[in-house]
Write a protein that binds this ligand. Structure first.
Ligand code: GLA
Ligand code: ZN
Length: 709
């Protein structure tokens, strides 16, 4: 029986360990290139990411190519039993290119053309830039298609940003004509342009949002952001074409940036073979690491979910400090291994770094790296990296295993854009992303697996779906949620749900719209926004089904709702809406739909989810009470469970186990009674798979009858 998923590239079935490698910067010092190979072995590194910003080295003048140094690099990697994650160079462009073809330079929203320099700044529409990337990508693919070192393609680097040049304006207009079937009236209606006399009478009148022009027409702004994603995707597909042609079996990835707001990664993800991302958490803040640990796990879960559950790649992380953080804190001893294993725990089959060796000059010369300017292996950071390498070599069994989540939290990029644009909810305290994370934290602290999905995803495989602040409904989400609950699922929604449709038009006839009022059994009449520091409270109803007790403090956002079939679990304490329902549950079909009308304190979320987790009997990674700041995550192949227990505290913790025995995957010892974790400690444990752990990862689980709470 094989593991649920194949390795990132079946040619190599171990965890990948390596980093961004720039031999092009060291060609004048050949001894460094030899030394890199010696050090890589000592660091237990098996892959290097090469070529990310190498365009000027590969094509020093238009049409003059120099592949010699890359040939040598690829050969050297192969000779040393290592692999290449080979990048296409479009992330940064040579000066000759923009000098010769200024159209490749990006234009800012205020319509100024950038000067050459920096990176990640090309026009994604420019035919010249596209032609030049096709040429270089084709040459790379033809040249290395049979090279034994080629393992993964890394297209470009961290796609992002937008261009407002005339070529992009034309492309935007064409995109709109397609979206609205060439029907100007349909666009005008969808954007409600009769407001402020903004009716368009010709497609040529449409301009992208600008600080010197239109920027309040929400339908326009949201569509522009959709266009930016689609045009970036189009550019990515354009880059991928020659790679697919010459190397159909080499997986392709592009490194994402967590919840980077500028691109809807769900649209890009479906075209990539492997999802990868670059993680730079700000560890060691004055109040500790629990919050950052939780936020980082959230991003790992998002990236696993973007790939439909398959293992992802931690393409970049720093072995030490990150030079662009406000405070460039060193990773404390232990944190590197903990954060590396955290990625694996949540589904990564790689631990890769930015960067292998510190550059000697320019802006990243002081960014953490495996090899420092001192040039040898006798330093703390190198030792910690090598230690991670040794550990990864003991995790062969984990490659290709799944994280089986029964809970999904919806974080939807387009909803986040819409919440960002709207006027009418206070300016500072919308906090959509943070709100989804606050819900997530209740599961993190109990070691319960969660997928982070968007509205385009299938819901049927979950027991519990949580949709905080789902202001904009799209992708038939209301219908999917209703069907999900009807079949026995449990849904949780909050204030500010179901207000607008996908072109940002408010639902008529009562909120939450599109049939969600019926699902939640409520009518959300109006929303009160409080000043900072202002508080209200909600009071639990006696003997409520979730075990909420006493009163909980509330802040910022309060929806004034009416019961339309739902039952109140708590009500407001003061103000003119005292006594009105504040937390409700509605039985719908075989399932239950909960509505949380106000932004409540942490204790509320703890109690609410404690009740729900017990009601739904949600599985935990490990049968133990986790101390504060400790989390656990389980990967499974259906026969064995691989449980990662992680201590984000700077002090040791000890936790009792409730019966099961485990094998420590690093030491081979058997563990039965208790687990001791050092400060920033992590243990990897193997045990028989829980009978409930599903590995039918491709097939949605039957929706059985679930308790209705
Ligand atoms: C990003 C980039 C890298 C490097 C690192 C520094 O992730 O992809 O090239 O600049 O940041 O943290
Ligand atoms: Zn452009």
């Amino acid at each position: 029986m094989s593991n649920p998923y194949p390795p990132i590239n079946p040619a190599f079935s171990r965890m990948l360990h390596g980093g961004d490698y720039n031999p092009d910067q060291w060609q004048h010092m050949p001894e460094v290139l030899e030394e890199d190979m010696r050090l890589a072995k000592l660091a237990h590194v098996n892959t290097m990411t090469v070529g990310v910003f190498s365009w000027a080295a590969l094509e020093p003048a238009e049409g003059r190519f120099e592949f010699g140094w890359l040939d040598e690099t690829m050969d050297r990697l192969a000779d040393n039993d290592m692999y290449a994650v080979l990048a296409t160079p479009s992330g940064s462009r040579p000066f000759w290119l923009s000098q010769q073809y200024p159209e490749v330079l990006r234009v800012t929203p205020d319509r100024r053309r950038n000067l050459p320099g920096l990176r990640h700044n090309h026009c994604f529409t420019s035919p010249v830039y596209r032609e030049k990337t096709t040429i270089i990508n084709s040459l790379l693919a033809e040249r290395y298609k049979d090279h034994p070192a080629l393992l993964v393609w890394h297209v470009s680097n961290e796609y992002g940003g937008e261009c407002h040049c005339e070529l992009c304006q034309e492309a935007f207009r064409a995109w709109l004509r397609k979206r609205y079937n060439d029907d100007m009236d349909a666009l005008n209606r969808a954007w409600w342009t009769s407001f402020w006399a903004h009716t368009y009478t010709d497609w040529s009148q449409i301009e992208s949002p600008s600080p010197i022009g239109e920027r309040f027409l929400h339908g326009l702004v949201i569509d522009w952001k959709r266009f930016v994603t689609d045009q970036t995707l189009d550019f990515m597909l354009h880059e991928m074409k020659p790679l697919r042609e010459h190397t159909p079996d080499i997986p392709i990835t592009n490194n994402f940036m967590g919840t980077y707001p500028g691109l809807n990664y769900w649209k890009m993800a479906e075209h990539l073979d492997a999802i990868s991302w670059d993680a730079y958490p700000m560890w060691h803040q004055p109040d500790g690491n629990a919050e950052m640990g939780c936020a980082t796990s959230y991003n790992h879960d998002l990236n696993r979910s973007l790939g439909g559950g398959k293992p992802f790649m931690l393409m970049e992380c720093t072995p030490s400090n990150t030079n662009w953080h406000e405070t460039c804190k060193l990773k404390r001893p232990g944190m590197h291994k903990l954060s590396a294993m955290q990625a694996v725990a949540h589904g990564s089959d790689t631990v890769q770094y930015f960067q292998w060796r510190k550059s000697r000059g320019s802006s990243e010369k002081l960014h953490g790296a495996v090899v420092d300017h001192v040039g040898h292996e006798n330093n703390r950071v190198f030792r910690e990296v090598a230690d991670v390498g040794v550990t990864l070599e003991k995790l062969d069994d984990v490659v290709g295993t799944a994280v089986d989540a029964k809970v999904a939290i919806v974080y939807d990029w387009e909803n986040s854009w819409a919440i960002g644009e709207l006027q009418g909810l206070g300016k500072e305290n919308r906090n959509y992303l943070q709100t989804t994370r606050r819900h997530y934290q209740r599961f993190w602290q109990r070691g319960i697996a969660v997928d982070i999905i968007d509205q385009s995803c299938d819901l049927t495989k979950y027991d519990l779906v949580i949709t905080p602040m789902l202001y904009m409904l799209r992708e038939n989400m209301a219908e999917k949620l209703r069907a999900f609950v009807e079949a026995g699922g449990t849904a949780v929604a909050t204030y500010w749900t179901g207000i607008v449709n996908e072109t940002d038009l408010c639902y008529l006839g009562g909120w939450p719209g599109d049939g969600l009022g019926e699902l939640f059994g409520i009518w959300d009449e109006e929303t009160d926004t409080l000043y900072d520091g202002e508080r209200n409270a909600i009071v639990a109803e006696a003997d409520n089904a979730l075990g909420l007790i006493g009163s909980y403090e509330t802040r910022e956002l309060h929806a004034l709702i009416h019961l339309k079939g739902a039952q109140a679990l708590a009500s407001y304490k003061s103000d003119f809406y005292a006594g009105r329902p504040a937390v409700t549950v509605n039985a719908f079909g075989k399932g239950a739909a909960y509505y949380i009308a106000s932004r409540n304190d942490e204790r509320f979320l703890d109690d609410f989810y404690t009740g729900l987790i017990a009601t739904l009997n949600l599985p935990r990674a490990i049968d133990a009470d986790l101390p504060r700041g400790v989390t656990a995550s389980c990967r499974t192949d259906g026969r064995s469970d691989y449980v990662f227990v992680m201590n984000f505290n700077d002090h040791a913790v000890s936790m009792a186990l409730n019966g099961s025995t485990y094998e420590n995957m690093e030491t081979g010892e058997s563990i039965g009674a208790a687990i001791e974790l050092e400060p920033f400690g992590v243990v990897m444990l193997k045990t028989d798979a829980k009978p409930t752990a599903g590995v039918d990862v491709q097939v949605p689980r039957d929706s059985q009858t679930r308790p209705t709470g």
